[in-house]
Design a protein around this ligand. Structure first.
Ligand code: PGA
Length: 253
């Protein structure tokens, strides 16, 4: 395992209430205590929009950054009933935003819309956690690489600041299913994403690459042998401080 900084990003999805700042407090307490570990890990929790302002006022943590899980593609204010823009989220305290999650793609987000969202988030100096991944059917039909290629090509442009983008590979079939890719398959995909990005944009500046989908304290250790993997996007297990902390502990065991 390298000493490079690893990202552990929680995606709370549509869960969470005001009292759940305690979850963050406990994770913060753990990070504060773990002097050795905390230099190696970057913790980000992406919470519902309703909680971001309250949490960032309530918890001043040097070790945990807060983010949200989506934004509208229009960057500022506009006549979009029920929507929230990147600038509004930024003002409320978000530093990161998850975009392109398969649950949002399922509800209608196309690559074209996701690209606009990424651009508006980057303009607002938010960090973007850009999700890509194939469905089970696409995997069966051996379309994984094609799908990933299209998602990257149609959502990102060379001029986008790659320092502010993290790509999360999240196979749709692994989300909330307790199924994870085999380590060797995942290694191949991580390598593929990097080399495709390098080639298509003719650049050496490649975003950080994360894995997401049913990550838990039992399987986390198996991912530590994958080279070039910069961290994890963690759904269900990020809603419990114990499960999240156990992931951190077990990864570095
Ligand atoms: P999961 O979700 O860890 O619960 O599978 C991951 C995600 O949807 O980002």
């Amino acid at each position: 395992m390298t000493n490079k900084l690893k990202f552990f990003i929680g995606n709370w999805k549509m869960f969470g209430d005001f009292g759940d700042y305690k979850i963050i407090k406990r994770i913060n307490f753990f990070a504060n205590r773990s002097r050795k570990l905390r230099k190696k890990m970057k913790i980000i929790l992406c919470v519902p929009n309703t909680l971001i302002y309250y949490f960032q006022k309530k918890i001043k943590s040097r070790f945990i950054s807060l983010g949200v899980q989506n934004c509208h593609h229009y960057e500022n204010y506009g006549p979009y009933t029920g929507s929230i823009s990147a600038s509004m989220l930024k003002k409320a305290g978000a530093k990161y935003v998850i975009l392109g999650h398969s649950e949002n793609r399922h509800e209608g987000d196309t690559n074209k819309i996701i690209k606009k969202k990424i651009l508006s988030a980057l303009n607002q100096k938010l960090y973007v956690i850009f999700c890509i991944g194939e469905t089970f059917d696409e995997k069966k039909r051996k379309k994984t690489f094609n799908v990933l290629k299209k998602q990257i090509k149609n959502c990102i442009e060379k001029k986008f600041n790659s320092n502010r983008i993290l790509i999360a590979y999240e196979p749709v079939w692994s989300i909330g299913s307790n199924k994870v890719p085999k380590v060797n398959e995942l290694q191949i995909i991580i390598n593929y994403i990097k080399s495709y990005y390098r080639n298509i944009f003719r650049t050496k500046k490649i975003p950080k690459i994360l894995y997401g989908g049913s990550v838990n304290h039992k399987n986390i250790r198996s991912f530590s042998s994958i080279s070039g993997l910069d961290g994890f996007l963690i759904g269900g297990a990020s809603r419990s401080s114990k499960k999240f902390i156990d992931i951190l502990i077990n990864y570095y065991k």
